[in-house]
Design a protein around this ligand. Structure first.
Ligand SMILES: O=C(O)CCC(=O)C(=O)O
Length: 231
C-alpha cells in the first residue's frame, strides 16, 4: 500500500492515506512532506510551465547526454535513461567504477543553480541530469548517501517535462509505508536531514503513456572516495 500525494488530496483516491494537516504547511510555496525520520520539502510549480517547457527543449538539445554501461552480477547493460554530469572542476563523480569529470556549467544551468540555491538556502557544486525519454526509462531504488555528499546531504531535484511517479521506500527497521508522489513540470523537491539514511527513492518504469522528463539533482560533493551505483 502506498501513500500517495497528488496535487489535490482526492477523496476518491483510496490508496492515499491523507497526511496530518497539522504537519503539512507551506512556506513561500514549500510544502513539508511529513515522512517519518525525513526532511522533505516540495514546491509545486516552482517554475511555470512556459519556462519549464522551454528548459526541457533547450536542455534536451544542449547537454552532453550519455547512456553509460552498468555491470551488475557480471552482466553489463546500459542504464535505462540518459544522463549528464555537470559541476565545478573538483566535483568528481564516480559511477560503478568509472570516474566522470564534470562537464562545465552551461549558462542555463548556472542560472538554475543560483535560483535553486536561493530558495534552498544552501550551496551546490554539481548537478546530475537524468533524461527519461519514455515510460520505459526509470531509476532503481537507491539512496544518495555516499560519504562525499556529507552526513546529511541536501539534494534539490527539479523536474521538467512529463509527470512521473517518484516513490520513497523506508529502510529496514522503519515502521512506515512506501510513499508515492507525482512530480510534474517545474516541481522542486528538496531532500535533507536523515532522508537518505532512512529512505530510498526511485522512478519506476511505467506502461502508461508519459511524456519525456528531465530531472536535475543539485548536490554538494565534498570528496570523491566511493563509487555510486544507480540501477
Ligand atoms: O528523476 C528523479 O526524480 C530521481 C533522480 C534521482 O533519484 C537521483 O538523481 O538520485
Amino acid at each position: 500500500m502506498y501513500w500517495k500525494w497528488s496535487r489535490r488530496f482526492s477523496a476518491g483516491d483510496r490508496t492515499m492515506k491523507p497526511p496530518d494537516q497539522q504537519s503539512l504547511f507551506s512556506t513561500h510555496g514549500w510544502q513539508i512532506l511529513p515522512l517519518p525520520s525525513a526532511s522533505i520539502r516540495l514546491w509545486r510549480g516552482w517554475i511555470n510551465s512556459v519556462e519549464s517547457d522551454a528548459l526541457y527543449g533547450q536542455l534536451s538539445k544542449e547537454l552532453p547526454w550519455q547512456q553509460p554501461m552498468l555491470t551488475i552480477a557480471g552482466k553489463s547493460h546500459r542504464i535505462p535513461r540518459l544522463q549528464a554530469w555537470h559541476g565545478d572542476a573538483e566535483a568528481i563523480y564516480r559511477y560503478s567504477g568509472t570516474t566522470f569529470a564534470p562537464a562545465p556549467w552551461t549558462p542555463a544551468l548556472t542560472d538554475l543553480k543560483s535560483r535553486v540555491e536561493n530558495v534552498c538556502g544552501t550551496r551546490f557544486n554539481s548537478l546530475l541530469a537524468n533524461w527519461y525519454r519514455s515510460g520505459a526509462d526509470g531509476m532503481g531504488f537507491h539512496a544518495d548517501n555516499e560519504p562525499e555528499l556529507g552526513s546529511q546531504p541536501v539534494i534539490a531535484s527539479l523536474s521538467l517535462g512529463g509527470a512521473r511517479r517518484f516513490v520513497f521506500k523506508p529502510n529496514g527497521g522503519m515502521d512506515a509505508e512506501p510513499v508515492s508522489i507525482e512530480l510534474g513540470n517545474g516541481d522542486l523537491l528538496e531532500m535533507a536531514g536523515m532522508t537518505q539514511h532512512r529512505w530510498r527513492h526511485g522512478i519506476p518504469k511505467t506502461n502508461r503513456q508519459v511524456g519525456g522528463r528531465i530531472n536535475l539533482t543539485f548536490r554538494l560533493i565534498r570528496t570523491a572516495d566511493r563509487d555510486k551505483t544507480f540501477v
